[in-house]
Ligand binder design. Sequence first.
Ligand code: FAD
Ligand code: SF4
Length: 333
Amino acid sequence: MQPFVLSRPKTLAEAGDLARAQPQDSALRAGGIDLIDRMKEGLEAPARLIELRWLGESEAVMRALGPDGEGLQIGALVTLAQLAGHEGLGEAYAALRQAAGSAATPTIRNAATLGGNLLQRPRCWYFRHADLVCLKKGGSACLAVSGENKYHAILGGGPSFIVHPSTLACALTALDAQVVIRGTEARTLPIAELFVTPKQDAKREHALQPGEVLVRAILPKPGAEQRSGYAAVKEKQSHDWPLAEAAVKMSLQSGVMTDVRVVLGHVAPIPWRSREAEAALEGKPASEALFAEAAKAALAEARPLRDNAYKIPLAQGLLREVLHRVAGVPLPE
Ligand SMILES: Cc1cc2nc3c(=O)[nH]c(=O)nc-3n(C[C@H](O)[C@H](O)[C@H](O)COP(=O)(O)OP(=O)(O)OC[C@H]3O[C@@H](n4cnc5c(N)ncnc54)[C@H](O)[C@@H]3O)c2cc1C
Ligand code: SF4
């Protein structure tokens, strides 16, 4: 790893100024799990690391976790472990608690933050290899197309076929979160607009500009009948990134589902909201037959590569399981 200067700004304004002074040669560090990995792997060698964990009391919003007027606030420095253990997330936001509790390992969850989790870079093994220059690193081709593509996208892929690595992204998209970003000005985006598709720009995964800091996420106030859930399948349940994940949110009144959100993770370059599955479920009584129909609709447009067609039945089964759990319909024997 190359030597670097470690800066410990006390305010977001200071952090932003430092980042803008060296836009190509500095990096914000939160938990550091992904950033330090990338530096150790030789993918990046920033001359300056800007520590976000030393921000002072004036930036308490970065560590806040709890309700306020707009809904539930989650500061960007809140850790996955804090989210996994937060009782205030209740049934309405259960998808987020379950997602945070299933990501990575207990040790990583204690350090990893909301902001860093959403903004971590892809796990594609060609991208992570320091000697390979694929499309995402400025090369001319996606090496996964003709190479090993077991873990790659089956939906929305091309020209890069990464899957979005963030587990929190899947749950937060299902919960209609917004994110607040601060640079020279502050802006608030629906979380779906935080993510950049490879068709928009194959070299990046998010819409932040150099010097912008993700400050917090906001979950809108839930209706009385809102409930949600999340599940993932991994090769090793103890510590892998998922092969596929599903997050669902709905309001359930007398067995009828409304305000349904269906999001699949690790199947596409962005958290994949399935409007087809949502349309199949919206306004209808929950039933096993309907869940099977929705799962089929969610994967109807899947275009697998050579090694990843297995993700279609996997994601369908996972989505059905989460729908059963959230709607309280017993799973068939
Ligand atoms: C064995 C293993 C298994 C894992 N399994 C999973 C899994 O199942 N699901 C999952 O989601 N992840 C998984 N991870 C990844 C891990 O959760 C992420 O690396 C971690 O969440 C990143 O958070 P961080 O705070 O450490 O980010 P950092 O490494 O500090 O930052 C990540 C990136 O975000 C930028 N950044 C951080 N905070 C901000 C901010 N507030 N504003 C602007 N930019 C910012 C940094 O500059 C950097 O580019 C796994 C990791 C390992 C090692
Ligand atoms: S999927 Fe994306 S990151 Fe992986 S080789 Fe293709 S272009 Fe590179």
